[in-house]
Ligand binder design. Sequence first.
Ligand SMILES: [Zn+2]
Ligand SMILES: [Zn+2]
Length: 321
Amino acid sequence: MRVSRLHGVADIRLTDEPIPQVGPGMTLVRVTAVGLCGSDLHWYAEGGIGDATITTPLVVGHEFAGVIEGGPAHGRRVAVDPAIPCETCTSCRSGYRNLCPYIRFAGHDRLDGGLQEMIAWPTELLHALPDGVSDSDGAMLEPLGVALHAFDLGHLHLGGTVAVVGCGPIGLLLIQLARLAGASTIIAVEPLPHRAEAARRFGAVPPENAQADVVFEVAGNDAAVDTALELARPGGRVVLVGIPDEDRTSFRASLARRKGLTLALVRRMNDVYPRAIRLVEEGKIDVSSLVTARYPLTETPAAFIAATRRQGLKIVIEPQR
Ligand SMILES: [Zn+2]
Ligand SMILES: [Zn+2]
């Protein structure tokens, strides 16, 4: 089968590799759609993310969907939850599976992710896709899951005000979730015109001196964090979703302290796939329009270059093409 493997900074090679072994409790999945994510770009452009660095060649991609190959569920379309928690540690047993210190994650460290024709994955982490949810919609469930989890951490009250700093796909999903959850005003801060335009399309407005009860920072740099703190009302809540390039976040302490802000940090998501699927199936959240380009697996390097240039919104690779 064909595999797109990252060997080092900006070095993706298309290789021919054997179909993966299917161990007990695992299912073989033919990958149909893989979304490229900001975190994949960290692996691609910097050879790592946070304090994790590339040691052996890695198949990235953690936003993906596919079709079950073989077994009783052969042919079923599924979204793949990319996180494999240990299920036995204290975090897992107390309901914080996303905080499991032993968690393994697709396309991270030494666990190959979605940019290949086939993958073997724990059966219990495959979520059946309803007919109305396309393969690329299925890949979008991962960023929607992250947005849902971040949204939950915002504790928005009905009729409250929201600000989103950084309107890539997750920021745009947060805007939609805020609207759906009854936010009165949604402020969007985004320097790139095509993203700002998308934010407007989903009902967000520019800042204009307003302050928000809940602010989501989805850019991953200190300037955005400062903007988020400035937009928060006294006593407000700021949810940090972005991942900084350098493994450090800093902000003006006086700004946060004088307003008595509460900061929440997001670690991926908890068990939100079923909710994400329902929201897309019922047409309450639009993920389809966020997919603005599709590439075959053979054009993975071009797809990464386009993503690095922040062209469009979500870029999806279709390994079966
Ligand atoms: Zn991601
Ligand atoms: Zn655990």
